[in-house]
Design a protein around this ligand. Structure first.
Ligand SMILES: [Mg+2]
Length: 388
């Protein structure tokens, strides 16, 4: 078996929203198709993926560095000798040839797209959902249960006021979600507290609402927000400060009793090791949000999970960032705590398969081979464009 071609295309996300720091309307994603010489139903077997969402396309790194490395490799060096299928670990290693360690930035997203495409491909070759392939690979139960999911949104839309935020959360609630996440830090603290109170009127208890500051605060701001939000007993307080400022996280954990969440901007096992060693994460409450779609793929993500478990943390506290189908299968296959979903934003990548049913905060992976992108029409059309 060998790779015969790899397509890559940057796609602009449909978004007119922003969080505390970032205007998503400029964001792009690299979509990938790895085409092989294997034939399924008379057509070449293809692995599809993209580099998560909420960042940028990686066309330069993919086209100039990683894709040529894979196409120039001897085909047998990329195979798992036992299965004779492409091996995700070997794909990642080959894509990373001549790259120095450390400095895990955009290339981690680029490598993710390639590595994750191989999981889609291998699942299709086995005619099973990617979650099942992932579970089998990591010796976990391949009977996939319903997955706990939460609706991420609550952004600062232009002119958004209390009613708009409440309407948004009501919409998620009506479609079956029980846990919601909103942005903070993009307005004054008093305005944000009013927004939190408005959201809670719909969400109910504080346990049903998480807030995300997107790394905006210094320690004194983070602490002030923590003090102001403490009475609401929110589900979690996400990325209060710079994601690499483990000291800030640790100091905040000492004064804020509620759960903290972080990790979506850590792209390697080593970064996660530093978080658990120096970030003050509390094993009985705090949430890990590393995103396999941004951090070298499932191979590296599984090492991150092993790292936190070796330090006494439980994978049930892992809720990967992402909000798309790849994350959904990875949560399901690895038995993680739950999955973010963007039901309305970041199209065509955000959200699950068309017609996905959210039942009291739980959802079922699509019953299709691979990640099931084919069951999300706007995304399937985007992938089809790759071949034109
Ligand atoms: Mg976040």
């Amino acid at each position: 078996m060998k790779i015969v071609k790899i397509f890559e295309q940057p796609v602009r996300l449909k978004s007119s929203i922003s969080n505390a720091l970032v205007d998503f309307s400029t964001h792009t994603v690299s979509i990938i198709a790895v085409v092989t010489d294997k034939i399924i139903d008379g057509k070449p077997a293809v692995g599809l993926s993209f580099n998560s969402i909420g960042r940028f396309d990686q066309s330069g790194i993919l086209r100039n560095r990683m894709i040529p490395r894979l196409l120039n490799a001897k085909p047998e060096t990329l195979l798992n000798p036992a299965s004779e299928k492409l091996c995700p670990e070997k794909i990642l290693k080959c894509a990373m040839q001549n790259e120095k360690p450390g400095g895990h930035g955009d290339r981690a997203h680029a490598a993710s797209a390639l590595e994750i495409a191989i999981w889609d491909l291998n699942a299709k070759l086995e005619d099973e959902p990617a979650a099942v392939t992932i579970a089998k690979h990591f010796n976990r139960d391949s009977v996939i249960p319903k997955i706990s999911v939460y609706a991420a949104g609550g952004y600062y839309y232009d002119g958004q006021h209390k009613q708009a935020l409440q309407d948004e959360i009501s919409g998620y609630k009506d479609s079956g979600f029980t846990l919601f996440k909103m942005k903070i830090g993009g307005a004054s603290m008093s305005e944000d507290i009013q927004r939190i109170e408005a959201a809670l009127e719909i969400a109910g208890e504080g346990h049903n609402l998480a807030v995300d500051a997107n790394g905006r605060f210094d320690l004194s701001q983070a602490t002030a927000y923590g003090q102001a939000m403490a009475p609401y007993k929110l589900r979690w307080y996400e990325e209060a400060g710079d994601p690499l400022d483990y000291d800030l996280n640790s100091q905040l954990a000492r004064v804020y009793n509620g759960p903290l969440a972080t990790g979506e901007n850590l792209f390697s096992r080593q970064d996660v090791k530093n978080l658990v060693m120096y970030g003050g994460m509390r094993p009985d409450s705090d949430i890990f949000q590393m995103d396999p779609g941004l951090s070298y793929g499932i191979t590296e993500y599984a090492k991150m999970i092993k790292e936190i478990e070796s330090q006494g943390y439980d994978r049930k506290f892992a809720y990967p960032h992402g909000g798309q189908l790849m994350g959904f299968h990875i949560v399901a296959g690895l038995g993680l705590g739950g999955c973010e979903v963007y039901p309305k934003v970041f199209q065509p990548m955000g959200g699950f398969q068309d017609g996905a049913i959210i039942d009291n905060g739980f959802a079922t992976i699509p019953d299709l081979p691979g990640f099931g992108f084919e069951k999300k029409l706007n995304l399937a059309n985007q992938f089809a464009d790759l071949f034109k």
